[in-house]
Design a protein around this ligand. Sequence first.
Ligand code: E4P
Length: 219
Amino acid sequence: MKFFVDTADIAEIRDLAETGMVDGVTTNPSLVAKSGRDFFEVLRDICAIVPGPVSAEVAATDSKAMIEEGLRLSEVAGNIAVKVPLTWDGLKACRTLSGRGLMVNVTLCFSANQALLAAKAGATFVSPFVGRLDDAGHEGMELIEEIRTIYDNYDALATEILVASVRNPVHVRDAALIGADVVTLPPAVLRALAAHPLTDKGLAAFLADWKKTGQEILR
Ligand code: E4P
């Protein structure tokens, strides 16, 4: 399963990329606003750090303008994935942009039928938002199971399931068990994946015992 990081914070991306765990990046208008920076500068910085897909979302709502914006965003670097919302205009833009050989991430997916449409429109990625579904009283992971089943039923549906709106490590484990292709993680959730209290406790005990031996490995 691929790990994307869900942030427009360059320092975080650089730091996490050094772990070798970052296969791509997703941004959205809220994350860009949070960064307080120019969108194109942020994208250029991210693409210089991460060679994998970097999602950049259009701001237009009609398909013609979405296509124009998508083409402009794709000029930033060869690894830009144009992000469009799951509306009919977004699907039309997806069809055109993917037909021109660009990666397209269809975002704001909240149902299996929407995911089916995204795949038929030629999306590279579909982004179901599990955390927001959980917040609304649904089971976000049930949607991932449904999409996995539907995509696996048809060889022609080649879209990757990019699990978005991830809030905790349980989401990551469950997405991996279901066989999602990608999860996009807030930096704090990616960091939390390595944490376990028994690891900390065990390491402290080993270090204490090692000290008792009075030995050094590098002498
Ligand atoms: C995905 O591409 C989105 O940027 C993101 O995962 C949304 O997450 P949120 O629901 O925490 O805002």
